[in-house]
Design a binder for this molecule. Structure first.
Ligand SMILES: NC(=O)c1ccc[n+]([C@@H]2O[C@H](COP(=O)([O-])OP(=O)(O)OC[C@H]3O[C@@H](n4cnc5c(N)ncnc54)[C@H](OP(=O)(O)O)[C@@H]3O)[C@@H](O)[C@H]2O)c1
Length: 336
């Protein structure tokens, strides 16, 4: 058995989380009247609460992209009961572990929707066990990075054609501030960063999620270039928020201790979802930027300067190459 190799992490977030708990984001209320909005993984957690806000603020059509139609329909019923708004929510099948499902979902969006104003790519996981997807990638990297990038690329054409003189559509990624605690990536011979973190010896349940969200920020920069000036591509973090994200972690004793303390500082789902709304309203200044608690953040150390640009370029190329293995025509979505 190979030896486990931990990833270097710094900047403990504890004090920040305590401060954030008592300073939740502003509950910005804007109108989404007439808009068509997609939100993935909204059957529970922060996405569910964000969906309620889009609904209450006048969305014309709100599509929940969910892997279980049953869970999606249950969520739809709860949303309709809570808001009293019917005939707006639609539940569409989307499995972020399956490229056919992602392609079918985006094809459906381009053919059935007259326009697409906002796409919130919220579905995400934090795996505590090393499990590989059908495509050979560790499941956190698969869902949070590769599949999210694929879905973003496939939805961009529809978002682009929905731009008008008065409105620029938004592709909103759900990132995490935990990416800022990674201050160096492990190296392993000639292996690329994606290959390194896909190896079981580098899988650390404490850092893999943060690495995945760092890679998502590298993908964010790539998607921003592809979007050009036609779509605003942002990444937002809800802050430490109560949800089902840590469902697997409870099986591990040391995670139960961490979660005990984490739960003391977690926000409610409603508070966490506020940043999702803010992120869609910030316009050009949020293009390609990471937003946390109402504010655009400076890039984290791993995204700054020459090293940041070099690693971003490398990881973006790794992601595109990995996607190309299984979705050969992805190139035609990457014209900038
Ligand atoms: N909660 C936090 O403290 C926090 C902090 C920073 C960032 N975030 C990010 O916020 C987003 C929402 O997470 P959450 O905290 O609300 O967690 P959650 O309650 O676990 O919600 C995650 C959602 O993603 C869906 N999902 C997972 N795998 C999927 C797949 N293969 N296909 C389709 N949908 C899938 C889940 O569906 P099922 O119910 O079917 O599993 C669920 O609807 C994630 O991107 C997460 O990384 C959360």
């Amino acid at each position: 058995m190979s030896k486990f190799v931990p990833t270097k992490m710094g900047n403990p977030m504890g004090p920040i989380l305590i401060w954030e708990k008592f300073h939740p984001p502003q509950d910005v209320r804007v109108s989404f009247k007439g808009q068509t909005i997609i939100i993935t993984g909204a059957n529970t957690g922060v996405g569910f609460e964000a969906a309620i806000k889009f609904l209450e603020s006048g969305a014309k059509k709100l599509i929940l992209g969910v892997r279980s139609l049953k869970k999606g329909e249950d969520a739809q019923a709860k949303m309709e009961e809570r808001t009293g708004i019917k005939g707006v929510v639609e539940v569409w099948q989307l499995d972020m572990l399956n490229y056919d499902s992602i392609q079918a979902f985006s094809k459906r969006a381009s053919s059935e929707l007259d326009r697409l104003d906002i796409a919130v790519l919220n579905a995400g996981v934090s795996a505590t066990k090393y499990v590989k997807s059908t495509y050979g990638y560790e499941s956190t990297l698969q869902v949070n990075v590769l599949s999210t990038t694929l879905l973003g690329l496939l939805l961009l054409p529809k978002l682009k054609t929905s731009k008008t003189n008065d409105f620029t559509p938004v592709l909103e990624l759900i990132g995490s501030s935990s990416h800022t605690v990674i201050y160096d990536l492990a190296k392993d011979g000639n292996a690329t960063p994606l290959e390194v973190y896909n190896k079981e010896i580098y899988f650390d349940p404490l850092s893999q999620y943060s690495v995945s969200k760092l890679f998502l920020e590298y993908a964010h920069a790539g998607l921003t270039k592809v979007a050009g000036t036609d779509v605003f591509v942002t990444s937002v973090c809800p802050g430490a928020t109560r949800s089902e994200l840590t469902r697997d972690a409870r099986a591990i004793w040391y995670f139960r201790i961490i979660l005990f303390f984490l739960e003391l500082v977690q926000r409610t789902g409603e508070e966490g979802s506020r940043t999702y709304i803010t992120g869609t309203t910030m316009g050009l200044k949020a293009q390609g930027r990471f937003i946390r608690d109402d504010h655009i953040q400076d890039p984290s150390p791993m995204l700054q300067g020459e090293r940041g640009a070099k690693t971003q370029g490398e990881v973006w190329r790794n992601i595109v190459a990995a996607l190309k293995q299984d979705v050969p025509d992805i190139d035609r979505f990457i014209t900038t």
